[in-house]
Design a protein around this ligand. Structure first.
Ligand SMILES: *Cc1c(COP(=O)(O)O)cnc(C)c1O
Length: 462
């Protein structure tokens, strides 16, 4: 198994190389050259297996023998032992045929833990084997930074630097990052906004001379290993609901499209999926593209579901590659046009997407209404991201007979602002985090100047 770029020009890579590489050199994203298949028998055999065992079986073909089975099993087992629920990602039945897939039982209470707990361990494994060290740099306005820090805090061969905008991240989100006091974790509060932080990270990837040859690694959702890890919960939940003998539908609160793309990969591997519903907040590029073929950027809106606030959906490119029959030149041309002006997909690829995907966009007022309504009906308090999914599942569902699985992407305690605005007294943090607000914090405040940030990274890395 090799990995190829969605823009057709970059060299094909092995699994190890693709884990250590972010974006392809031609500006594209890496995808597997061929899609491994899960037979009906293999799916049926997973019934009753632990999550870690299903994860091992689903991901093994992507790893391509580059890690021996026992070692890979161990990495997977360790990654999911950090989750506080024995089922790792339990299904919670809401009504006759609607289920919540709770992806928020990891260390930072959002679904990004599922991928980042494994990615940190994979990186550390490959770096150790090569006798190398690497530096991770990322900018965050919330969920990704804390999940990346938790995923890397025990990694001997990695130093991680996460930039967040000073005084512009919620207290819970900041403390989830800054109270991790490990020697290889560096939190930097930038005197600027998120875009300033992001721009400095981008510039550092573009010119890495300041690190004198040490590898810089990206852990954002363009890293293939994150997608790979997320395929697993689609398979595990569908099998629990009767696959391969019964079809399942999924509704996914979406932003950069990494999560729902992983579901599409599971479908391509042979999982019987009837429908994928893409839920967006007011930042609705995915919904506009699917519903109205309006593939254009719009101003960023700050919403009550901040982890879904995006202008461009980076992983949508992976789906376009498939819709355009894996024609890298056509994808590159479309995305170049998109960068410059509002554009549209060609008829045939759009028709292909519409066979499997539906979409629905949910504004802030509706998010609050849904949190109240869902509580009234089911006694669950949904986080604002999951609330977009709850409404989209209701509105865009193709049929009532197929079980609908809505992905619960965060714990409501993490996004208390929306919950309180919806009229609830708030939600307590789970027991392992209930002293978060008293823990010691450590972070460094730096000006929004590239040179100052790069000097700090170069000096502090071990
Ligand atoms: C990151 C995130 C999303 C969006 O996921 P994508 O993979 O970017 O589509 C949704 N909800 C929460 C809580 C998140 O942290």
């Amino acid at each position: 198994m090799r990995y190829i770029s969605t823009r057709g020009q970059a060299p094909a890579l092995s699994f190890e190389e693709v884990v250590l590489t972010g974006m392809a050199s031609d500006g594209g994203l890496y995808v597997p050259e061929t899609i491994p298949q899960l037979s009906k028998e293999e799916l049926a055999d997973m019934a009753g297996c632990s999550y870690a065992e299903i994860a091992f079986r689903v991901m093994k073909p992507f790893v391509n023998g580059e890690i021996d089975d026992d070692t890979f099993r161990g990495l997977v087992k360790d990654a999911y032992a950090t989750f506080s629920h024995d089922a790792v990602v339990p299904l919670n039945q809401l009504d006759a045929n609607h289920f919540l897939l709770e992806l928020f039982h990891g260390p930072t209470l959002a679904f990004k833990d599922v991928a980042l707990q494994l990615l940190g361990r994979l990186l550390d494994h490959f770096l150790k084997k090569r006798g190398e060290r690497a530096v991770i740099m990322g900018a965050t306005s919330g969920d990704t930074g804390s999940a990346a820090i938790e995923g890397c805090r025990h990694c001997d061969n990695l130093d991680i630097f996460i930039l967040h905008p000073h005084n512009r991240v919620s207290e819970v989100q900041r403390r989830q990052m800054t109270t991790v006091l490990a020697d290889n974790v560096f939190n930097v509060a930038i005197e600027g906004n998120f875009d300033d932080a992001q721009a400095m990270v981008k510039a550092s990837f573009a010119n890495q001379d300041f690190l004198n040859g040490t590898r810089l690694v990206a852990v954002n959702s363009i890293n293939w290993a994150r997608i790979m890890a997320q395929i697993v919960y689609y398979v595990a939940s569908a099998v629990a609901l009767g696959a391969p003998h019964r079809k399942v539908s999924f509704c996914v609160p979406s932003a950069n499209f990494g999560n729902v793309f992983a579901g599409y990969m599971a479908y391509q591997m042979g999982l019987p999926v009837k429908q994928f519903i893409i839920a967006t907040n007011a930042n609705d590029i995915l919904h506009r593209t699917l519903a109205a073929n309006d593939f254009s950027k719009q101003e960023l809106a700050a919403t009550l579901a901040p982890s879904m606030d995006i202008v461009v959906s980076s992983n949508f490119e992976r789906l376009l590659f498939d819709a355009y029959d894996r024609d890298g030149d056509a994808v590159a041309a479309l995305l170049e046009r998109f960068q410059q002006e509002p554009t549209a997909l060609a008829e045939a690829p759009l028709a292909k997407l519409r066979e499997k995907f539906s979409s629905h966009s949910v504004d802030d007022a509706t998010i609050l209404e849904v949190i109240r309504e869902a509580h009234h009906r089911t006694h669950e308090i949904l986080d604002p991201h999951t609330a977009t999914g709850y409404r989209a599942a209701e509105r865009a569902r193709a049929d009532a007979a197929t079980p609908m699985v809505t992905l619960a992407t965060a714990h409501p305690a993490k996004f208390a602002e929306a919950v309180v605005k919806a009229g609830f007294p708030g939600v307590p943090l789970p027991p392992h985090m209930d002293d978060l607000l008293e823990r010691e914090e450590r972070y460094t405040v730096l000006p929004a100047e590239l040179e100052a940030v790069q000097r700090f990274v170069a000096d502090q890395r071990r």
